[in-house]
Design a protein around this ligand. Structure first.
Ligand code: ZN
Length: 61
């Protein structure tokens, strides 16, 4: 069984119901970066602390 990882904006304190899933932490983080930029106007690649926080909020499911 393949592992999956997920990240929810809500876990990072953002009032958003989006749930991002992927097969690797890197994939989830990349999707989270794209989502944050598109939906929230936040560039996580420029906000290192936020990116780190998002990474820590990614859970193995
Ligand atoms: Zn969101």
């Amino acid at each position: 069984m393949a592992k999956t990882f997920s990240f929810r904006c809500a876990d990072a304190g953002v009032p958003c119901r989006a749930k991002i899933t992927g097969e690797t932490e890197e994939e989830v983080l990349a999707k989270a970066v794209a989502h944050a930029k598109e939906k929230h106007g936040v560039d996580l690649t420029q906000a290192q602390t936020l990116a780190r926080y998002a990474r820590s909020a990614i859970k193995e499911t």
